[in-house]
Design a protein around this ligand. Sequence first.
Ligand SMILES: Nc1ncnc2c1ncn2[C@@H]1O[C@H](COP(=O)(O)OP(=O)(O)OP(=O)(O)O)[C@@H](O)[C@H]1O
Length: 306
Amino acid sequence: MSAAAIDVQGLNKSFGGRRVVKDVAIRVGEGRITGFLGPNGSGKTTTLRMLCGLLTPDSGGGTALGLDIIADAAEIKRQTGYMTQRFSLYEDLTVAENLMFAARVHELDRRSERVDAALEQLGLAERRAQLSGTLSGGWKQRLALAAATLHEPRLLLLDEPTAGVDPLARRTFWDEIHALAGRGLTVLVSTHYMDEAERCHDIAYIAYGELIARGTADEVIAQSQLHTWRGEGPGIDRLAREIAGKPGVEMVAPFGLALHISGTDPAALEAAIAPYRQPPLRWSPAEPTLEDVFIHLMAHARDNFQ
Ligand SMILES: Nc1ncnc2c1ncn2[C@@H]1O[C@H](COP(=O)(O)OP(=O)(O)OP(=O)(O)O)[C@@H](O)[C@H]1O
């Protein structure tokens, strides 16, 4: 792995006596894009904030950008760009005015030059005089990204950056994230979208405050040891409920006219579908999707923690 942009161990955080992050350890290479996934309220944002000096852990520690996350939190914050879940720019300022405001907040030199360059780079130049509140969701996100990266941070933290944005605008946004990472920026991004998870170099899956899966998308799928069969044929969707109750069947999900059946015990899974393996129904082994794996992880985490 490349040099570590983030290397932390044993992070814990409680709010009002409730532990929402538990012993999280994570190492992130420079220039990598790491996606944080997990159910709502599982501690993703809290973890991200602790990794880049925005929140102090109750215990544990380590480094971000080679700096101590507790002692050097102020310096880490200066080198971090943060895009929050909600659009946090001024709707009644123009695009250019918002960026100029961000430039002043960061006390940057050559403000006009930097703002012009950012507008150009993110394709916002033609909209520089448009009131930010009148931008579409996709353009707002690009403006927010421009504001978060204007001070040329080394670490970029994106909290569900494209929630509610259409697929084309999301793709453009992600192309830009990859371009930034290509220039060496380390990116931490929380998301609930599977296509975005697949566009990350690495994934960290957090449930109930614990980091329970980590690696590339392929590694996370392989670690899950999940097996999936795909069934097709007339009326197969109507079998979902019947098959779901059988031993070894952990998940049943309709995909259009097909049915995906998954479980971690391959023999039990085959036994479960055996009565239905006859024409006109057709069955074939399938690769579990990242979504299959996350739903599986979430179900198991719930069993373990609740
Ligand atoms: N400042 C705070 N004070 C009290 N409780 C908090 C605070 N910040 C977060 N929490 C609680 O900690 C838990 C974890 O929250 P966090 O925002 O980290 O989750 P998340 O995984 O990012 O959720 P989501 O996917 O919904 O954004 C939640 O139960 C939340 O209500």
